[in-house]
Ligand binder design. Structure first.
Ligand SMILES: O=C(O)C1=C[C@@H](OP(=O)(O)O)[C@@H](O)[C@H](O)C1
Ligand SMILES: C=C(OP(=O)(O)O)C(=O)O
Length: 440
């Protein structure tokens, strides 16, 4: 499916979809427990994959209710009734398909390390090219078995044989999801798991999201001098768990408002209550760029108006998913926007540093790409519409759609259907704000 976007002015009020990260964790934590209602979950392709894994381990996951937001957008509302597998997962009857979801594959790998038998995990072409090696080594050194069938550290994976727990050293600069996975599984091992980080932790706020969810399910975790520890022999339990709004998804709506809100009007995004999400940094980035932005934390609302933006330096070590959004803002802003500490952004659904460099150049921006940074030299030239490739990556599709709001002429974004990974109602939401966007 292609999305066609023309220059538009937008205005109005909308609601962010629920958080993908919290939804994954709530489903799996409920799976480790006995029975939980997860309210207002994100109903999109990635959390659905985690739900299927919980079922493969012997749980039951029933999605209730349809997306019924006022603007007709999907992806929110309803609930999930999770009947857990009660502590230790069963050996699955079949292969677990994690589809496009890195979070699912990492969290489920460590869970699979608890099964008596072996589980087989796979995913789509993108997921089968992402790094899993350090997590496989960790499961092995904790007493389980974990192999890449192609012996290249990538899925398909074969994992199981009841890891006991213990102490493990892993790198912190590939994916924080390895830490999350081991903390979640470690709570139900005999010995618990102590994680020593060999290199600086990237995407650190995601581990804090994990620790927040685990605490809400009655599971203790600790920070240590060199990493994290989770005591073993714990049980998960929560009758009900409410998922907050998603700041990564919000970043597209806020960026759209900052570059394309109609004169004298603005965009208001609801569902923005403070949480552990590092991506709430988008509010500060927009503020530093000169946007007129106001976050009412008590009301959970962010209001943004269009204003002229200037380039800034942004360290995305903690917030990799913001890179595509900030790169687009940089292309519209005057002066240079330097996005630094970005090497781990290359290990996502696609290499997002290279992909954004290529697409923004195609739209007429000047960029400098380095291994761990992307500099966008904004302002000198107007963006002009072109066909840009979504590369099967939801975040590229959404960020490039925002660029299309201000590029002269029509911008076509290919692979637009991939927004179903994290923000299924994205195009409907944009159209409800007045964006001139159509999909076919
Ligand atoms: O744990 C999570 O929910 C996530 C962690 C981050 O990945 P890395 O830790 O691999 O950087 C982030 O990019 C991803 O979208 C979601
Ligand atoms: C990288 C992402 O997710 P995951 O790692 O779960 O595929 C993302 O949503 O941008």
């Amino acid at each position: 499916m292609d999305a066609h976007v023309s220059p538009s002015r937008i205005a109005g009020r909308t609601r962010a979809p629920p958080s993908k990260s919290y939804t994954h964790r709530a489903i799996l934590a409920a799976g480790y427990g006995s029975g939980t209602t997860v309210t207002d979950p994100l109903d999109s392709a990635d959390p659905r994959a985690t739900g299927r894994a919980v079922e493969a381990f012997g749980g039951e996951v029933v999605w209730t209710g349809e997306g019924d937001a006022d603007d007709g957008s999907e992806g929110g509302a309803g609930a999930i009734e999770v009947e857990g597998f009660g502590g230790r997962p069963d050996t699955p009857d079949d292969v677990i398909d994690c589809a496009n979801s890195g979070t699912t594959m990492r969290l489920v790998t460590a869970a699979a390390g608890l099964t008596d038998g072996l589980a087989v995990l796979t995913g789509d072409g993108s997921l089968r090219s992402r790094p899993q090696g350090p997590l496989l080594d960790a499961v092995e050194s904790l007493g389980g078995r974990a192999e890449s069938t192609r012996r290249n550290g990538q899925a398909p994976l074969v994992v199981g044989e009841a890891m006991a727990g213990g102490t493990v050293a892993i790198p912190g600069d590939v994916s924080s999801q390895f830490v999350t996975a081991l903390l979640m599984a470690g709570a139900v091992t005999e010995e618990g798991i102590e994680i020593d980080l060999k290199t600086e932790l990237k995407s650190a706020p995601y581990v804090e999201i994990t620790r927040e969810v685990l605490a809400d399910f009655g599971v203790d975790t600790e920070r240590t001098e060199t990493g994290f520890r989770v005591p073993g022999g714990q049980s998960y339990g929560a009758d009900e768990y409410a998922v907050p709004g998603d700041f990564s998804s919000m970043s597209y709506l806020l960026a759209a408002g900052a570059v394309a809100a109609a004169d004298g009007e603005g965009v208001v995004v609801e569902g923005a209550r403070p949480s552990a999400q590092g991506d709430s940094a988008i509010v500060d980035v927009l503020d530093r760029m000169g946007a007129e932005i106001d976050w009412d934390r008590d009301a959970g609302e962010i209001a943004v108006r269009a204003s002229s933006l200037s380039g800034v330096e942004v360290d995305v070590g903690d917030t990799p998913d913001l890179l595509p959004t900030i790169a687009v803002l940089g292309a519209v802003a005057d002066g240079e926007t330097r996005i630094v500490n970005a090497e781990h952004v290359r290990y996502k659904e696609t290499d997002r540093v290279a992909a954004m460099a290529e697409s923004l150049e195609k739209l007429g921006a000047e960029v400098t790409e380095k291994q761990d940074s992307l500099t966008v030299h904004g302002g000198d030239t107007e963006l002009s519409g072109a066909t840009v490739h979504g590369r099967g990556d939801h975040r590229l599709v959404m960020a490039l759609t925002v660029a299309g709001l201000v590029a002269e002429g029509e911008t076509t974004v290919t692979g637009a259907e991939h927004v179903d990974v994290s923000f299924p109602g994205f195009f409907e939401t944009m159209a409800s704000l007045g964006a001139s966007v159509s999909t076919e």
